[in-house]
Design a protein around this ligand. Sequence first.
Ligand SMILES: Cc1cc2nc3c(=O)[nH]c(=O)nc-3n(C[C@H](O)[C@H](O)[C@H](O)COP(=O)(O)OP(=O)(O)OC[C@H]3O[C@@H](n4cnc5c(N)ncnc54)[C@H](O)[C@@H]3O)c2cc1C
Length: 417
Amino acid sequence: MYKFDVVVVGAGPAGGHCARLLAKTGHKVLLVERFKDFSRNSFSSGGTPSETLQQFNLPESVVGSFWNRLVIVTSNQEGVWESETIQGSVLDFSKLRQFLADEVKNNGGEVWLGCRYMNHLQQGDEILITIKNNLLKAEVNITSQILVDATGPARSITCRPGKPQPEFLTGTGVEYLIEVNEEAYKRNLKTLTFLLGYKWMPKGYSWVFPMENNQLKVGAGVLNKNHKLVKDIKPLKHYIDLLINEYVKPDTYKVLDVHGETLRYSQGLQDIYSEGRVIAIGDTVSTVNFLGGEGIRHAMLSSEVASRYINEFFRAERKDFSGYQEEMHNIFLAKWTMSERLGIKKYIEDADILVDRVVSYLKPMKLEDIVDILFYYRFEKVSKGFWSYILRKLKSKFGSLLHWISLFLANKVDDSK
Ligand SMILES: Cc1cc2nc3c(=O)[nH]c(=O)nc-3n(C[C@H](O)[C@H](O)[C@H](O)COP(=O)(O)OP(=O)(O)OC[C@H]3O[C@@H](n4cnc5c(N)ncnc54)[C@H](O)[C@@H]3O)c2cc1C
């Protein structure tokens, strides 16, 4: 029988980072992942703001490219924002997860790939866990003091079959990694591009993110709910092909990989956060932001919170994980609730013209402001854009009248001299 202090199931950003932190503090850690290597299931686009590398102590070797330009294209508008300074990176999702797993090993932990969590049983102070080694086609029994559910949307531990679970909003994303000719690559270099609106991707958005070596990530994501106004929605492949052929327009391209995932998000963050000696992190507790589908750094933040609770448990400073859900809600709930509302409105309720109009509001803003809205959920900044849009509209409509009045007033002043 194998014996560990902590078993972390799922080697995504949440599980990898949590196992890494706990191994660093000297615990005997096992990280378990169902896929046999990290080139599999490399589903995430990896777009993230600058702070991620620093905040989670990640090396530049996990970066596919950096960006300092953002483009939003809608059915009838295009907004382009650029900054002199780097605003973020596109992470290589395979390299990121590999790096975290290597860190676990370098700090004395174990990583078992190709192994699937099957079930567990809490017996006194120990948890008996059954893992199926898919490579050897054999079941392995383990004991551990703590079990971490980092299985993302699968929630393999906290939502085992037969258990009651919250209702989920689901969104599906499919992405191709393509290699394009030099010119098409250069047009998209250092740029995150999002395409919205009925033309490009009703009920969601599509995107182009650059990687290294003439490679681009092109994908489309959709909210799995009926649109109030658009009835004819085509399969995701249609929108990815449209994006390649009508936006990227490469002379030549080769599809290197196709990957995707369905995110399952609990509205109001009603997930199971802990259960006895089991604690859940990352997308298992809906840390992905519903509006933008950005989740890597939020998953890693949850690992930091949970590993603090686990360390306190081992130091006998706490008996259980009560307080964890409340702390996570303090961090996420308010912003995530607002993002849910805006996401549902934008993806399945808004008329196309409204989507165009929001880009018009945002056009005169600085890239740093757009990053604040998209990555830091500072939605109040949109209204700043709205009022300057109204002012611009008034100026263009009544500009000549205002000019005439000012001339008239100036003449009046002259006459009175
Ligand atoms: C198409 C798409 C594009 C995205 N783009 C971005 C982006 O640009 N930027 C961003 O920040 N976020 C993005 N996200 C979201 C982000 O990838 C996720 O929020 C993040 O990966 C969540 O991390 P996690 O570790 O909680 O879960 P996951 O990354 O889902 O990891 C869970 C792991 O658990 C494993 N697992 C599941 N069940 C078992 C089991 N029974 N036994 C063993 N292992 C198991 C899975 O194989 C997986 O490796 C995107 C998501 C999608 C779907």
